[in-house]
Design a protein around this ligand. Structure first.
Ligand code: FAD
Ligand code: DHB
Length: 394
């Protein structure tokens, strides 16, 4: 088989890239290791920035998001037992975020891809990328015991943190930056009404907690837990009791509990690969970078990488220029480092770090006090949370 762009990975990055290229008349094939149902079963992100909403509209898949997504103009910070609202909308001159689950984004993109009859190979085994340092790159995979080859102009590595693309880049050409945090997030999804109509990010002496949601009847909650904890150790009762302990009296009273419909632990890490281009292979999304989830930036960064990449490919095929391709890595990385810094900072501010002692907690309290009571502090927080525009700094 031959195509213009071979996309590895059918998560949000790969699917969005496929859709943006399709709109521009560029051929692509997506090769995914898992089944479609498996990809849809991974409960992850919930918050989309305005730029991500705009990109989903541009890809022609924004309809259900606008109908079902929940617009949020603010969120609460809880510390020392009291909640304080950050009025994002007011502080940023009218910007909002939307609460719409990653699984829904993925489903909308999968449906659009299927409706357009575009090729996706699911359950592809032993996916490998070849010769991307030449003009004739190839992707090979096995399916039902048979070896398949896709010849292409470019390879897009949208295969997540554990993917094959970054792992195939020459070690001498790649530099990785990494920080692993000494705790994880235990997440629970439940068909219960959210404790509050907006998100609550809580700093407590017992550890961080986040109250999020998917709809008026579905909640998503997270707890900071030791990395050594196993999900089997956490009964639903234990989860709700611990969450309650980390909330303020009003939220405690309003919390509605029920059986969990998903429960998982995710480690927290900051990670960036430089560069993001290796000859004719380009990395996008979690394949190139990871942020700790506190700032809700991962999926949003993936979407903007993909926008820069699709624009670069479109300029290559339509305008016969390699300028976009050459600028891709640098353009992405500047935006990525800004989001990495914010996510690291917000994570450091909100979690328990016993190794920092009592003074560490006092520093956090003082910084939160400043953020709440200084308009400059609140605006800094709001401006970063709603996200940078695509063309920031240009
Ligand atoms: P992935 O979603 O990881 O997709 C990669 C795909 O490639 C997968 O389907 C995988 O099966 C496939 N693949 C892997 N290896 C191969 C291979 N060798 N061959 C073929 N296919 C392969 N982000 C936000 O913006 N907001 C949030 O609120 C938020 N909350 C989060 C909460 C949690 C608990 C977690 C874990 C993450 C959260 N994120 C959030 C981050 C967000 O989920 C990721 O950034 C996003 O999934 C990245 O999309 P991706 O397509 O780049 O990678
Ligand atoms: C969700 C996840 C996040 O990491 C975050 O910062 C906000 C919301 C969520 O899953 O709803």
């Amino acid at each position: 088989t031959r195509t213009q762009v071979a996309i590895v990975g059918a998560g949000p990055s790969g699917l969005l890239l496929g859709q943006l290229l399709f709109k521009a008349g560029i051929d692509a094939i997506i090769v995914e290791r898992q089944s479609g149902d498996y990809v849809l079963s991974r409960i992850r992100a919930g918050v989309l920035e305005q730029v991500t909403m705009d990109l989903l509209d541009e890809a022609g898949v924004g309809q259900r998001m606008h109908a079902e997504g929940l617009i949020h103009g603010g969120f609460d910070l809880l510390f020392k037992g009291a909640r304080h609202r950050i009025d994002m909308n007011k502080l940023t001159g009218g910007k909002n975020v939307i609460v719409y689950g990653q699984t829904e984004v993925t489903r909308d993109l999968m449906d659009a891809r299927q409706a357009a009859g575009l090729p996706t190979v699911y359950e592809a085994e032993n996916v490998q990328v070849h010769d991307f340092d030449s003009a004739k790159p190839r992707v090979t995979y096995e399916k039902n015991g048979q070896l398949h080859t896709i010849e292409c102009d470019f390879i897009a590595g949208c295969d997540g943190f554990h993917g094959v693309c970054r792992a195939s880049a020459p070690k001498s050409a790649i530099k990785e930056f990494e920080k692993v945090y000494p705790f994880g997030w235990l997440g629970v999804l439940s068909d219960t009404p959210p404790v509050h109509h907006e998100l609550i990010y809580a700093n407590s002496t017992r550890g961080f907690a986040l109250c999020s949601q998917r709809s008026a009847t579905r909640s998503r909650y997270y707890l900071q837990v030791p990395l050594t904890d196993k999900v089997e150790q956490w009964s639903d009762e234990a989860f709700w009791a611990e969450l309650r302990n980390r909330l303020d009296p009003e939220a405690r009273e309003h919390l509605v509990t029920g059986p969990s419909i998903e429960k998982s632990i995710a480690p927290l890490r900051s990670f960036v690969t430089e560069p993001m281009r290796f000859g004719r292979m380009f990395l996008a999304g979690d394949a190139a970078h990871i942020v700790p989830p506190t700032g809700a930036k991962g999926l949003n960064l993936a979407a903007t990488d993909v926008k820069y990449l699709s624009s670069a490919f479109i300029a290559y095929y339509m305008d016969k220029t390699e300028a976009g391709i050459d600028a891709y890595s640098e353009r992405c990385l500047r935006r990525i480092w800004r989001a990495e810094r914010f996510s690291w900072w917000f994570t450091s501010l909100m979690h328990n770090f016993p190794e920092n002692g009592d003074i560490g907690q006092k520093f956090q309290d003082a910084e939160l006090d400043y953020l709440i009571h200084s308009e400059a502090g609140s605006r800094t927080m709001a401006e970063n949370y709603v996200g940078l525009p695509l063309n920031f700094g240009e």
